[in-house]
Write a protein of this length. Sequence first.
Length: 258
Amino acid sequence: MLFNGFTMAAQIINFLVLIWLLKRFLYQPILAAIDAREQRIASELAEAAAQDAAAEDKRRVFEARSAELAERRADMLVEASAAAAAERDRLLSEARAEVVAERARRQASLRDEWQRTQAALGARLGEEALAIVRRVLADLGDAELESCIVRGLCRRLRQADASARAVFCQALVDDGGRARLRSAFELDPADRHAVQHALEACIDAPVVLTCERAPELIAGIELDAGGQRLAWHIADYLDVFEQHIDDVLKAAATTGTD
């Protein structure tokens, strides 16, 4: 085949036109499409990455909230356990206090009942003893017995403790030598004189003695001077008897309680 310059030039021109046409109408749109696709893919990748980041953030927030809820639940369980234990201790304490209070009430009730019984028994024994003494003294009471009572009072005045006798005598002096004698019986002149003589010997001065009847003394006699009292009567012995009965009852109560 012969080489034709014109044909060669035409083919070169055709080839260049083809290249231009391809570039203008084929490669450029393809490159634009490729760039657009790359941009779309890049945008989708960026969006996916953003979604992944948002999802990661949400996951971290969820995990944080889950951890917080778990911690709060643990704290609430601890608080609930502590509150339940405290409530249980409170109820147990109230129950124990109620038991102790009920026991104390019962003991107080039993003690009050025993004291009432004890007081009633002591009163009854005192009344019975007093009735017996009254009957005995009513049967035996005569002038000799009354004189013995007066002599007993005078002897008590003379034999009293030094300090007690000094107090009584000083009260007698402070009251101007006046004294009052109360007795369950009528004193005869000799007995009055004996008491007055004992008082005058006490202060070594005259004494004004006033005598009164006091049946409630039960065969007793009482001497009062300036508020100081010197006495002898059966009630003293009854008090001792009643105290003895009271001691016996208390001992029996203590033994019964043990």
